[in-house]
Design a protein around this ligand. Structure first.
Ligand code: SF4
Length: 565
């Protein structure tokens, strides 16, 4: 609609006014209101998008007859845009258009959903307050049922709208996220279910939450895949720019490559590739995180937009993680999670060997015995000692996981990091660098503070919470795919590595191969043993961060419970 055909009524002073749509969310579910209005989380699911399309269609269809009204009232503390305003017998009647079906009363007559009713009544009051005209009713057109429902504005309705505004103001001033909706059916149609994870909270509250696998199949509300791509820039002469809605990658003497920026979730610059300021600005606007990894495979840092600075979640995180006992309990989960996966890999090897290897048997027994000590451990230092002992046993057995046919070029004696001294260590180190940037990415998506962890100490550029969470994924996302690629003979000892006197790096070819192995692994799906449905390993990163956050929101119990079977 043309700007000049909109009638905007504004008060001179503009305190932060509440959107009328926010009252709709509040009446639907207080938690939804909080996530959208306080934590400023929005996801555009299909229903939301379809709703917007409908409104655009209506604007077109009304042609010259519609004056769309943008209203604000300081007295009510509200602002909103009325879909349509009509007059009948001298009365002003606001109209609201809804894509879905109407509510059915007990006698099957059409009615309005409560959240729609409060929204429409708020519009009625907003019109009265802003343009001083009496409004006695509003109407809701439910296109899915092809009916129009009349909603009277009476004293009860006025009181309910004022109570809703007061409750919204109360919620805006707290850092506590409201509990999930009691009515499970609301969550099925909620655009923020992938962020809220109500089903996971319900699983955590079940008496048999510790029983694995789940007895009952839960509703799937968390998307199985992230459709957005990760753009890796490996060539150090490459430059990433922006042209309209496209990202353009330019490499001298090669044809340019372009892809729509809205199809990209992350950009990873390996080494000295460049990215333009315009491109960074677009990334900030569109929530595309940019990560830097050094040529030698060290995580360097990340760039992300202002949306990562939402503070409520960080305040809750700080409050929870100053409790040392709580930190130890979370760390125990981590140590068991990683140690058990390491043991399971060795067990798989044992199962493969027809003749039982007595040394391997002793090592897996020893790991199991150490892990049994973890639940009684009450200090982080002792936990680190146990974790170190398991890791030492695991890496001692690691050569047994690599095919002997690969020969001396792929010998592995022990884990060494800075710098890696053999090809297998070079692959593992670079893989862990890819993993840490993905964990940081997931932490930022969820809105937690990466620097504030519960187990690792601040030592390197890698923030402690990211190092904590990495423990869950080292085996799943790096060790297993690296071992599989080795045993499939995918690596060329000369071409894929750069060898110098005291270190081994990956060549650009080697990095491309490893990135491909790693990204393919992230796309693989598996049935999560705790939540009971299949998701990709890539999505699991975000899921575990969200499950961690639930640990301090009275919805915990599912964090770091993944196991290899
Ligand atoms: S998923 Fe359910 S509990 Fe969470 S915000 Fe939506 S309606 Fe509320």
């Amino acid at each position: 609609m043309d700007e000049d055909r909109q009638l905007a009524v504004r008060s001179p002073a503009e305190p932060r006014l509440l959107r009328v749509n926010a009252l709709h969310a509040l009446t639907y579910c207080k938690r939804l209101f909080y996530l959208e209005e306080v934590e400023e989380l929005y996801t555009q699911d299909a229903a939301v998008y379809a709703g917007r399309t409908l409104h655009l269609d209506i604007e077109k269809a009304q042609g010259d007859e519609l004056v769309q009204l943008v209203l604000e009232s300081e007295e009510l503390g509200l602002r909103g845009k009325v879909d349509a305003l009509k007059t009948a017998n001298g009365k002003i009647i606001p109209y609201e258009h809804k894509r879905g079906r109407c509510y059915r009363n007990d006698d099957d007559s059409p009615g309005a959903w409560e959240s729609d009713r409060i929204q429409l009544l708020a519009y009625c009051m907003l019109i009265e307050s802003a343009i001083s005209r009496d409004v006695s009713e509003g109407r809701i057109r439910y296109h899915g049922s092809n009916v129009t429902v009349t909603v009277p504005l009476d004293d009860t309705g006025r009181r309910q709208v004022r109570e809703a505004i007061a409750e919204a103001r109360r919620l805006q001033s707290t850092v506590e996220r409201p509990p999930i909706a009691e009515n499970e059916r609301l969550c099925k149609n909620c655009s923020l279910a992938p962020v809220c994870l109500p089903e996971e909270a319900r699983i955590a509250w079940r008496d048999d939450a510790d029983a694995l696998p789940l007895v009952k199949e839960p509703l799937r509300l968390f998307p199985p895949h992230d459709e957005r791509k990760v753009l890796h820039i490996i060539d150090s002469t490459a430059k990433v720019g922006r042209s309209g809605g496209l990202l353009k990658v330019t490499i001298p003497d090669e044809p340019d490559e372009s892809l729509p920026i809205n199809q990209v979730g992350e950009i990873v610059i390996h080494g000295f590739g460049q990215i333009t300021t315009q491109c960074l600005r677009a990334c900030a606007d569109l929530d595309v995180q940019v990560h830097y990894i050094s040529s030698g495979g060290r995580y360097v840092g990340s760039f992300f937009g202002a949306k990562s600075f939402r503070v409520q979640r960080k305040i809750r995180q700080f409050k929870a993680l100053v409790d040392q006992e709580f930190c130890v309990s979370l760390a125990r989960n981590l140590v068991i999670c990683r140690g058990d996966m390491q043991r399971q890999i060795l067990m798989r090897l044992k199962r493969k060997d027809s003749e039982k290897d007595p040394i391997l048997q002793r090592i897996t027994d020893r790991i199991q015995a150490i892990l049994k000590l973890v639940p009684q451990c009450t200090s982080l230092d002792k936990l680190r000692g146990l974790e170190g002992a398991v890791a030492a046993l695991y890496f001692k057995s690691f050569p047994n996981l690599i095919s002997e046919e690969l020969g001396p070029a792929f010998l592995f004696n022990n884990r060494n990091r800075r710098p890696p001294k053999d090809r297998v260590n070079a692959l593992l180190s670079y893989g862990y660098a890819l993993l840490i940037k993905d964990v940081i990415n997931a932490i930022n998506v969820v809105g937690l503070e990466p620097a504030f962890g519960f187990y690792h100490q601040p030592r390197t550029a890698a923030p402690p919470l990211a190092l904590d969470l990495m423990e869950i994924f080292r085996v799943l996302l790096v060790d297993i795919p690296v071992l599989n690629s080795l045993n499939r003979n995918q690596w060329e000892a000369d071409n894929d590595f750069v060898i110098s006197k005291d270190h081994v790096w990956l060549s650009d070819e080697g990095k491309k191969k490893l990135v491909s192995v790693y990204e393919r692994r992230k796309d693989d799906t598996w049935k999560h043993p705790v939540i009971g449905y299949s998701i990709s390993y890539g999505r699991m990163l975000e899921l575990e961060v969200r499950l961690l956050e639930k640990e301090w929101m009275n919805e915990g119990g599912l964090f770091a419970k993944v196991r290899l079977r």
